[in-house]
Structures are given as C-alpha cells and as structure tokens.
Write a protein that binds this ligand. Structure first.
Ligand code: GLN
Length: 560
C-alpha cells in the first residue's frame, strides 16, 4: 500500500525543504521501506532547462533526460533511487498538458478551470508512474505557503488527502523558529501564522518541522502545538547542522520517523539502521588530511549552480578519507583586462592556482570567462597538476591543446561565433553522411541538447578504463556542442588520447593526455551520479590524484 507524505514550506524560502524531504526518505529507507520522492514546482516554465543558473541554480538531469530542479539531486544522493521525468512536475507542464487536451476537445465543451481540471491533472501526476510495491511517496511542493503560485498544488493535495483518507496521507510543514537577540528568545509567531495560512486552505499539518539555530524549549514546543493544533510530540526540532549528511541523524534523534510511522499505524519499535550515515559524518568531521581543488568557472558567486559538483567532490574526499576544500576561482578574474595591473595572465594564473592540488573546469555556457578557463587548463597541463574537465571543461581542454600543441591558434568552438578552426561545434555544422543521418533519424539531432544517459565505449589501457574498470559505461549528458572527431588524428599524434567514444564512434566522450599524471576530460556530467555511499569513480580517482600531488609538493617543499 502506498502512503503519501506532502511536504510544504512556511515563513520563508531556503529552509531546506528538499533536504528535509530527502532526509525523511532516507530515514524510512533505513527502516526497510521503499520510497520515492517527487517535486511539484509552482513556476510556469515547463522545466528549469531554460532558466539562468543565477535564478535557479543547477539544472539536475535524470537518467531519462529530464531537466529538473536541484532538489532531485538531493533525492538521488540521499536515497540512491534514480528519479524520472514523472518526479519533476511544474505548473508550466500541467498547464500546457491541460491546454493541449482542451484544444483536442478532450473536455467535451466544458469550461476548463483551475478547479477541477488543473487540480485533477495535479492529482494524476501524484498517482502516475509509481511501482506497486512502493511504501511511501514523498511529495514536496516548491515555494512558501501563501504564494499565489502554489495554491493549485495545495488545493490538489487537500482534495487528494480527502479522497485517500488521513490514514494514507500525512502533511509535514517546515517552518522557521527564529532567535530574536533583543528578546533573548526563540519566536513561534511566524510558524503560527504560516500554519494559519495552511488551515485557511483546508490543510491541517500533522507534523511541524521547525528549523532553529538552538534547541527549542519545551514551553515553546507546547505553545506551537497548542496554537497550531498539533500533538506536542509532533513538533519536531530541526537544528542547524554543519554537514547535510547529518540531517537524517538529527531528524531521527528528534523523533521525526517515529511520528511518521505512528501516524500511519506502523511499527516504530525498532531503531533505523543509520550506521552508514554516522560513518560518513564521522569521516567528514575527522579527515586524515585536506586537499584543495580549484574550481574555475563562471557562476562561482552562486554555489547552487554547482550543487552536485560540490557534493561529488566531497564524496571523492570521503572515499580517500580527506577533506576537500574548494577554492572558487572566477574565470574572468584570470583574464587580463586593459586598464588593470601589468601582470601577464600567465603569471596571474600561476599566483592564483599555485596552491591547488587539482584543477577542475565544470560545465558552462557562453564565451564569457573562457579565456581564463583555457589559461587555467594550460597551467594544469604544463605544471602537471591533476585536471578534470567536465563537459565545457573538456571542450575547452581540446581548444587549449589545439592552440598550444597543434599550433591551431584560431581553435575555438562555434558556440562563441564562427571560427576557421571549429574544434568544438554542432554536429550539423561539420558532420554529414550516413552515420550522421542515422543519428538525426534516431532523434538525436545536433543543434538541440543531448540530454540524459548515453552509452560510452572505453579504450583499454587508458586512464578512463582504469578508473571505470569496464568497457561500456553510461553517463548523463546536458550539452549542445560536441568535440569534432575529424581532428582526432592530429590530436592523437601529439599524445591526446580519445579514450571514450559514443557506440557509433562519432562523438568523443572522454579524452586524456598521455604525458601527464592525471588529465581527463569528459563530455558528460559524472557529478550527477555520485552518491555519498557510492562515490563516483571519476571523483574518487581525481581526489586520489590530488592527494598524491599534495604529498609530492609537500615533499618538494621539505627538501628545498
Ligand atoms: N556549452 C557547452 C555545450 O552546450 C557545454 C555545456 C555544458 O557544459 N553542460 O555543449
């Protein structure tokens, strides 16, 4: 029997609703239940694929190629369960489906309205694509209660709960209990108001999850229970923690899983199996040493744009028992501008990146900052610093090597404008012929995004193959441009190996440098598949190489 848990947010945004939902899922899993998570987004975009990273943070791509909210990344990392397109619902998608149905005449002349047509469509999305043996579906609604945009979702959840009954549905409301210094106490009023908003919409929350920076005194909990019409034991404290992997442990200590199970009349006698969470937190708190990875990118001011990358690096650290410190480097900072100082970019780069044990250029779009990234890649190549180039980072590595080693000074990507030397471009621009026609016929048209999981075949006796330990791998993609395979013979002559290719051999997927301790580029995004309990092999190997680099540089310094 599937039970449905709805997670809403109150008071303000950024309280970590996604993490709360993911942590509850992890706790239920730790008690042997099968869970799935689903996100309901109130915005009108059909998906976040078109939104700026500054607005929305990272776009998380699922195996089946859905472009989704970064919370789905937390869902996958915390539960290990791969999300699907059906787990990412947006108002934009709901409305476009309903309008398409209306145009087809499916509503038989009825006036199409928010209630019941939009709310019915939302309820269909809750029930869609669920495994029959699932125990819990956790539905998170984006935004904050009181927003106009989320009203249809809350109304649909209310109806759904009415239809299924309270023994199969549960509402959790996440709020903030702020400490007010001038009063010297934690304040419950914002939470009371937020619950009133929900009550106004016909939803009585069953559990109140209260974000706070210090323990909530018993009387404040009673007050919240009384005014919000909730059992005192269902007012759960959600204290600030210093690593996100501590959240499931804290929630369990505060009794969240027990209250959820009691609500559904399920056995709550045993303790959840949380040893693996404890060992991760332990490792993060007491690492054997530290490494510094310079991440050279364009959106470094906004860490949400690199959410999965940050986590994957930390997982790589867990695998080597080291703490990974990320040094965020704004790529534009590395470029020389006319007015500024007289320092040459190469010297600037040397100064800025000298302490990095590994350099990473992540995914990105557009020409801005690319010369800085290329400069950083040149530094990594020449100074033998471990280099990991992800998607854009691989494309730019090809451009750097073409310019420096192949002497193709005008090497570039057509993403930045027309070029006589398109090392990177759209498939349609440089590839014609039978194999290309086959791809187009298969729906994989260059010029649109390549999204989701694709197979890649690895060459034996390469770094890539030694990392994965298998010949065929599947990784997730999100890009438009491809490295031009026509340049392969020239690259290979100079020691750049094409170690991974698409099954038809047309698309370079992984490249590496022969005469370098660790220089690897990949067209896909390995960070999307890394899990705390299963660090991605690429990040494991990259961090191991950075640790080695750290030891070597320390040794060099000691003997100097
Ligand atoms: N801008 C590049 C492309 O579209 C790289 C994209 C990425 O890094 N995800 O191909």
């Amino acid at each position: 029997m599937i039970r449905y848990i709805f997670v809403t947010g109150g008071v303000l945004s950024s309280l970590g609703k996604g993490l709360a939902a993911a942590s509850l899922a992890a706790l239920l899993q730790a008690r042997g239940y099968k869970v799935r998570l689903r996100k309901f987004e109130p915005y009108l975009n059909v998906d976040p694929g078109t939104m700026s990273p500054y607005q929305h943070g990272e776009v998380y791509v699922t195996e089946d190629g859905a472009e989704t909210d970064l919370d789905l990344g937390h869902y996958e990392r915390f539960t290990g369960v791969s999300c699907r397109q059906s787990d990412a619902v947006t108002t934009g998608r709901i409305y476009s489906d309903v309008i398409a149905r209306e145009r087809r005449g499916d509503y038989l002349g009825a006036t199409v309205q928010v209630i019941p047509h939009i709310t019915d469509a939302i309820k269909d999305c809750i029930r869609a694509d669920l495994e029959p043996d699932l125990d819990f579906l956790i539905c998170e609604v984006g935004g904050t209660v009181g927003d106009i945009e989320s009203l249809p979702y809350l109304e649909a959840f209310r109806q759904f709960s009415n239809e299924e009954g309270s023994q199969r549905t549960l509402f959790i409301h996440l709020t903030l209990v702020p400490y007010i210094a001038s009063a010297g106490e934690l304040k419950t009023k914002p939470s009371q108001h937020s619950v009133k908003e929900l009550l106004h919409l016909g939803i009585q929350p069953d559990i109140l999850l209260c974000r706070c920076d210090r323990p909530i005194p018993q009387e404040a909990k009673y007050k919240l229970a009384l005014f919000c019409n909730i059992k005192p034991e269902c007012v759960i404290e959600a204290l600030d923690v210093d690593t996100i992997y501590q959240v499931p442990i804290c929630y369990s200590d505060a009794g969240l899983d027990i209250q959820v199970l009691r609500h559904f009349d399920l056995d709550a006698q045993n303790k959840p199996a949380l040893h693996r969470w404890h060992s991760i937190v332990d490792c993060l708190h007491h690492p054997r040493q530290e490494v510094t990875i310079a991440v050279v990118g364009k959106y470094v001011a906004l860490r949400d744009a690199y959410k999965s990358l940050i986590e994957a690096l930390s997982h790589g650290g867990i695998s080597q028992d080291v703490r990974v410190n990320i040094d965020w480097v704004d790529a534009e900072e590395l470029e020389q501008t006319e007015s500024e100082d007289a320092v040459l970019p190469a010297e600037k780069i040397l100064k800025r990146l000298r302490n990095a044990h590994g350099i990473l250029v992540p995914g990105g779009y557009g020409v801005r900052g690319t010369e800085g990234m290329i400069g950083a890649i040149r530094y990594a190549r020449e100074h033998k610093v471990p280099y990991l180039g992800i998607c854009f980072g691989m494309q730019l590595a090809m451009i750097e090597v073409a310019r420096s080693l192949l002497d193709l000074k005008e090497a570039s990507s057509t993403e930045f404008g027309s070029t006589p030397c398109p090392i990177v471009g759209l498939l349609t621009e440089w590839r014609k012929g039978e194999a290309y026609e086959r791809r187009v016929a298969g729906g994989n048209l260059g010029g649109t995004m390549r999204l989701g999981s694709y197979e890649c075949h690895l060459e034996t006796n390469t770094l890539a193959h030694s990392i994965y330990g298998q010949k065929v791998i599947c990784e997730r993609h999100r890009h438009r441009y491809e490295v031009n395979i026509d340049y392969r013979p020239q690259f290979e002559k100079l020691g750049m190996i094409f170690s991974g290719l698409s099954p038809d051999g047309i698309l370079p997927e992984m490249v590496e440098l022969r005469d370098h301790p660790w220089f690897l580029g990949m067209q896909f995004h390995p960070e999307l598949k890394s899990r705390p309990f299963e660090p991605h092999p690429v990040f494991k190997a990259f961090i191991a190489a950075a640790v080695k680099r750290g030891e070597e540089t320390r040794h060099m310094r000691d003997t100097e």
